[in-house]
Design a protein around this ligand. Sequence first.
Ligand code: FES
Length: 197
Amino acid sequence: MSNEGVDGGRRRFLTAATSVVGAAGAVAAVWPFLASLKPSAKALALGAPVAADIGKLEEGQQVIFVWQGLNIWVLRRSKDMIASLSQVRPRLADPNSDYSQQPEYCKNEHRSIKPEYLVMNAKCTHLGCMPELKAQHPDVSVDPDWLGGYLCPCHGSRYDLSGRVFQSQPAPLNMMVPPYRYASDTMIIIGEDPKKS
Ligand code: FES
């Protein structure tokens, strides 16, 4: 909402209030009420973008950052891991990520801006548990044909290494990719879209 809209709304509200109870009393009564509608500093901080330093992340490593109360993974994928993404396609429920679980600029095979780095909400789309990264392959404890991915410990949903859910799982959707942009090669800003050039 623009400031103009807020001010316009405020003006209309003040005008209506003053016409009922008189000018001096109205301002005193209305401002505390309007102030209580403003988001608190804590709420603003919770929604603020988060700078994620990925400079020391090694291939195959994953770290967690917290943004808006969500656990956001950053996984640095190896060449092998990236190659697995096209190999698992026939077994996925939504291989093209058609169901809006990512910003438009991440609607691609790797579901990320750069193939090497996956940025994703660490939350199963079934009932919200945190899946585990199972990077080893094959891994007969998961699946004899396992090429690496995520396994949810609650009811067994499986996802590939870009968070796309396999067919016939309890989870209905791919995991969510938040908005983010690169401030530099080693710094990601989670919560902000890339700047338009
Ligand atoms: S919460 Fe992940 S499979 Fe149920």
